[in-house]
Design a protein around this ligand. Structure first.
Ligand code: GLV
Ligand code: MG
Length: 319
């Protein structure tokens, strides 16, 4: 687990039951992969999928991607075997365990304790494996702040829209799109904002879940742009065509990035001795101050994490 969380603009879902997809995922440019033992694996395929995942992780070839495995949730009888088999088998080649359908802080604590025992038994660094918590029902959303705080291992809070829609009886079958008949706003706004608040209050990443219409890149772009605009850090991708869109939308545009770096430089200069130790200044037609610096830090942080290079430079005004 790292203090500075690595970018997760695009989080690629890969069914653990399909060795061909596991191999292919190593060639795609998503920031993260999560190898799935939960809903993308049929019950009878789960034991084989655990073995495929351990082998794929240990074979290597994942580059800088964050390697996560999604286990089954604690209400099933599969969770403990998922965790033990995957972490004992490939714990040194694994960054995080994703826990779906989290309903309480206790469920995160239970996973934390199990991980600690496995790490100690295997001689792995204790606390290195992170936890990604999926919020997929009303109970989880109500407890989201406690879930985010439940363990220092927690790195992300993830919205699981498909299970969430089912759990609250939403009258729709199209994940991420507005339910037919609801025409007075965004039906997901409260959920997304609650997850984002819990993530920001606890220094975690907020991740949006899947968009199932994989042959509709425009739909993916429209829905992804919303959570990106709110401040989410990334979104799931189910198809290679969605990866580029997520990477683009969760990074600033070149213009936003350049502007943010200019604000930082201009603010640095105006608060310095040479710049007159001023708390605010003009950058072109815009007044900037400490709050502008904080906003600029967010955009520049996203741009730097995405490897962007600035195309403008700051020249202090003649005094
Ligand atoms: C993801 O797990 C979802 O339920 O949307
Ligand atoms: Mg789900």
């Amino acid at each position: 687990m790292t203090e500075t969380l690595r970018p997760r603009r695009s989080c690629l879902a890969v069914p653990g039951s399909n060795p061909r997809f596991l191999e292919k995922a190593k060639t795609l440019n998503s920031d993260q992969v999560f190898l799935d033992l939960e809903d993308a694996c049929a019950p009878l395929a789960k034991p084989g999928a655990r073995k495929n995942i351990v082998a794929a992780l240990n074979e290597g070839g994942w580059g800088e991607r964050i390697r996560t495995v999604r286990v089954n949730d604690w209400t099933t009888h599969w969770t403990y075997r998922d965790v033990i088999e995957v972490v004992e088998g490939a714990g040194q080649n694994l960054d995080c365990i994703m826990l779906p359908k989290v309903q309480s802080a206790d469920q995160v604590v239970a996973l934390d304790i199990l991980l600690t025992q496995i790490e100690k038994t295997m001689g792995f660094e204790v606390g290195k494996i992170g936890i990604e918590a999926q919020i997929e029902n009303a109970q989880g959303l109500i407890a989201v702040d406690a879930i985010a705080k439940a363990s220092p291992r927690v790195e992300t809070i993830i919205f699981g829209p498909a299970d969430f829609m089912a759990s609250i009886n939403m009258k729709s079958l199209v994940v991420g799109e507005q339910p037919p008949g609801y025409d007075v706003g965004d039906a997901y706004h409260h959920i997304l904002m609650s997850i984002l608040m819990a993530a920001r209050a606890n220094n975690k990443q907020a991740i949006d879940g899947p968009y199932l219409q994989v042959r509709d890149p425009d739909g993916y772009r429209r829905v992804t742009a919303r959570s990106a605009a709110l401040g989410f850090d990334g979104k799931w991708v189910l198809h290679p065509d969605q990866i580029g869109i997520a990477n683009e939308l969760f990074s600033p545009t070149q213009e936003q990035y350049d502007h943010a770096e200019m604000i930082l430089d201009a603010y640095d200069w105006c608060t310095s001795e040479a710049g007159g130790k001023k708390g605010s200044a003009m950058l072109g037609d815009e007044m900037i101050d400490e709050a502008s610096r904080k906003m600029a830090l967010v955009i520049s942080g996203k741009g730097r994490a995405a490897g962007m290079a600035r195309t403008t430079s700051f020249t202090p005004p003649e005094s």
